[in-house]
Ligand binder design. Structure first.
Ligand code: SF4
Ligand code: SF4
Length: 435
């Protein structure tokens, strides 16, 4: 199979120095050159030169890539591996490169995850199971292992399902998985924005931004989802908007996997002017708030957060928080300092840095479902690293990472809660405002 459409020159700057290898999550757990960025770039060159066949075995070494882009940050030669793997992914979806079972599982995931109403319908029967003693019993008894590794991985990630995730008409900002699996994050985002004097508009019919399908190289489905999102926002800023026809100042997103895809809408939609205009207004919530600055009225009300025993943090005994950099935030959008700066505004909060900052937690879209063994190993490493800082809390700004880290944090000797940075800001503000 030929890899037509690959940017032919993009592999040239690679000098095979190997600086990217220590940062590569797949190389970390698989340990083989073919599962490293350097190995994959070498394979792409060989395929382009007609020296290597893109068969199922070669494809599996591209499938083992998490798309975390840590290698892009690490590369001194400026190799755009992100562009290379994005151009390669659609070719990996050729039917002959995956088994019927792999294809069926991917099809199931991609027909469910990007559609909040379908996902809600599928999850509704599980409300009596998720987060209950029944789930704990099923896991302890080993019953869930009978489901097979991939379905077991889905079960392991299933959090308690909050009633508000199923409320009719419940829609807050973007993030299909976030609005169902952690709706408190969207609530916190709205409260923090409003408390800072920012008018929040919630397009009622927004669907999935297409991050999951984009990550899997499903271009046509991604374009459909992206166009629908742009339309849903256009409907809000159009003549029907009660406040008038002014365009939105920003389209904010609190899940960094989504933000990375939303910012790429112009390329995804082949340079369409509407898509470019939309993408230019997309901002991650942290970069937006950090650039705008929290209002004086808001910061004046920030109070110390409590320790696990309920006593408030003090200067002598601060609350230690370990911040986890989501790959699509750090490597994909270059956002590192802003979330840390916002967290530092909380009185007596002390940030702790993990040892392996910037290495993927193993979530990576649907990676932890389709490659559960490798993802679990990475999840354990990440959870142990964050807990090993001695922090009392971990902060994660991407729902996929949060679910993955929570799952593996539960296996640690001293597990710590994992919350969104904006939830911590919200809690601090509520504590100070007496809410
Ligand atoms: S991708 Fe960059 S860091 Fe990795 S081997 Fe090539 S030149 Fe070196
Ligand atoms: S994107 Fe991540 S997993 Fe893939 S080659 Fe780069 S560092 Fe490795």
């Amino acid at each position: 199979m030929s890899l037509t459409g690959l940017p032919a020159v993009a592999t040239d700057p690679c000098v095979h120095c190997g600086f990217c290898l220590p940062t590569c999550a797949s190389y970390r757990v698989l340990g083989t050159e073919m599962d490293s960025p350097r190995g994959r770039i070498h394979a792409l060159k060989a395929i382009a030169a007609g020296e290597l066949e893109l068969d199922a075995t070669t494809a599996s070494h591209f499938d083992s890539c998490l798309g975390c882009f840590a290698c892009v940050s690490a590369c001194p030669s400026g190799v755009r591996y992100d562009e290379l793997i994005e151009a390669t992914r659609p070719k990996l979806n050729a039917p002959e490169l995956r088994s019927p079972a792999q294809r069926a599982f991917r099809k199931l995931l991609l027909s469910l995850l990007p559609y909040p109403n379908r996902l809600r319908a599928a999850l509704a029967p599980l409300r009596a199971y998720a987060g209950t003693p029944l789930q704990a019993l099923a896991r302890r008894s080993g019953l869930t292992r009978l489901l097979g590794p991939q379905v077991e991985a889905m079960e392991q990630l299933l959090p308690p399902l909050a009633p508000e995730a199923f409320r009719d008409g419940f829609r807050l900002l973007l993030g299909c998985v976030q609005r169902l699996f952690d709706p408190a994050v969207n609530q916190a985002v709205v409260e923090v924005l409003c408390a800072n004097g920012i008018e929040v508009v919630l397009p009622p019919d927004q669907g999935c931004c297409g991050a999951v399908t984009h990550h899997q190289g499903e271009l046509e489905q991604t374009r459909q989802l992206a166009s629908a999102v742009i339309d849903s926002f256009a409907a809000v800023v159009g003549p029907g908007r009660p406040a008038g026809p002014e365009p939105l100042d920003a389209v904010l997103v609190a899940a960094s996997g989504c933000g990375h895809t939303l910012k790429a809408y112009a390329e995804i939609l082949n340079g369409s002017a509407d898509a470019a205009g939309f993408a230019a207004r997309v901002a991650d919530i942290h970069e937006y708030l950090a650039s705008l600055g929290l209002s004086e009225a808001f910061t004046a009300q920030l109070a110390p957060l409590p320790h696990a025993d309920g006593t408030p943090a003090t200067a002598e005994h601060p609350l230690a928080v370990a911040y986890h950099d989501a790959c699509h935030m750090l490597h994909g959008q270059g956002i590192r300092d802003q979330p840390r700066a916002l967290l530092r505004q909380i009185p007596h909060l002390q940030l702790r840095e993990a040892t392996e900052v910037g290495v993927c937690c193993g979530s990576a879209g649907i990676y932890n479902l389709v490659q559960p063994a490798e993802a679990a190993e990475l999840g354990q490493i990440k959870a142990a690293d964050l807990a090993g800082t001695g922090a009392e809390l971990a902060a994660s700004a991407n729902i996929g990472c949060t679910l993955q880290i929570r799952r593996h944090m539960a296996e640690q000797e001293q597990p710590i809660p994992v919350l969104h940075p904006i939830e911590l800001l919200q809690r601090s503000w509520k504590a100070g405002a007496g809410r």
